[in-house]
Write a protein that binds this ligand. Sequence first.
Ligand SMILES: *Cc1c(COP(=O)(O)O)cnc(C)c1O
Length: 434
Amino acid sequence: MESTKILLDENEMPKKWYNILADLPTPLAPPLNPATNEPIGPEDLAAIFPMELIKQEMSPEQYIDIPEEVRDIYRLWRPSPVYRAHRLEKALGTPAKIYYKYEGVSPAGSHKPNTSIPQAYYNMKEGVERITTETGAGQWGSALSLACNYFDMECKVYMVRSSFKQKPYRKSLINLWGATVVPSPSPDTQFGRKILEEFPDTSGSLGIAISEAIEDAALHDNTKYSLGSVLNHVMLHQTVIGLETQKQLEKVDEYPDVVIGCCGGGSNLAGLSFPYLKDKINGKKDVEVIAVEPSACPTLTKGKYEYDFGDTAEMTPLLKMYTLGHAFVPPAIHAGGLRYHGDSPIISNLYADGLITAEAYHQIEIFEAAVTFARSEGIVPAPESAHAIKSAIEHALKCKQSGEEKTILFGLSGHGHFDMASYDKYFSKELSNE
Ligand SMILES: *Cc1c(COP(=O)(O)O)cnc(C)c1O
């Protein structure tokens, strides 16, 4: 009988992360200092990041050791399972084989602890006592509060106001693990106060929340800032997902034709796909990698590839990336984790080189796909993850028409147990079709 769940032993968990910077066909455009337009050096980032993460951000090494203390915590839920979606295949009547890597088994319910744990660890090692961050849907805020709790550090989370209202239980989770959370824009920072004065009814944005968290870190000596996506070191940490998946699919003699991930800042897609893209870049295997985004925030499909700020207040270095402009405030869609104006510079580089393609879908069809999945496979997907499901379903249905037996792999980046209010809205037809 063909297996449903493909598992690895704890001792098969990767000991190194894969750094795609070593293999990019086009070198990454450097981050620039906005005042001088010169590439920034490590010292420019030292006020907000620990040195080890700055080193990883620029490292030319192809593989980087995962510290034993980090692997020790990873072991609480890693290696995560790969599932064969037998029931979804049957429901669709497709000849395609569908596999998904499930990251919802982490304590925070998403892939984000893969990077929050090492980030908190390296900060702790360098004597940092407090970390600030932003969060959209609350997934990152809860993942970082979990990580800071393991290492006895303080954590303050600036949470995008629309999500603060939509996802009250993510807030509770952040508090449960011992962090503080405020809605952004908040009266706690100069930038927050300015936005509140100008736009008292704003739903907030990730760009605004990032500005507040950076301002807070820059003003406190014992504090550094942490970002849950976009940056190179975050993509690096997430590759534990794809490295495990490769071993798992090897066990059943499979290599995917298509690898799909939802894409906000790009970290879960990077994590799943970069080890496969290594084979593609080296000409070893051909694989189609697809980034799926909301039509309401179409960064890759409609954005421009240019230097832009990572935040709204123009405090970050300039990053070369696909962007909708740093003043862009997307509609308050329920996939809060996909509401970022920019994209990872590495994902952008690969997209510009044609190594990754992109698709965008509207909110209602995303929830339809989520319900199809929950009613076949059982797992309730996060609305973000449902973007990957939607694309996987589309590709499986194409196979049904053409008769192709493709192997489709997608990333199920998290569960939707804190998104039930959004599902309720979908069922009562109150969801706008952004
Ligand atoms: C944060 C999040 C995303 C989007 O972020 P990426 O960096 O693009 O992965 C997607 N899915 C879930 C479940 C998330 O929590």
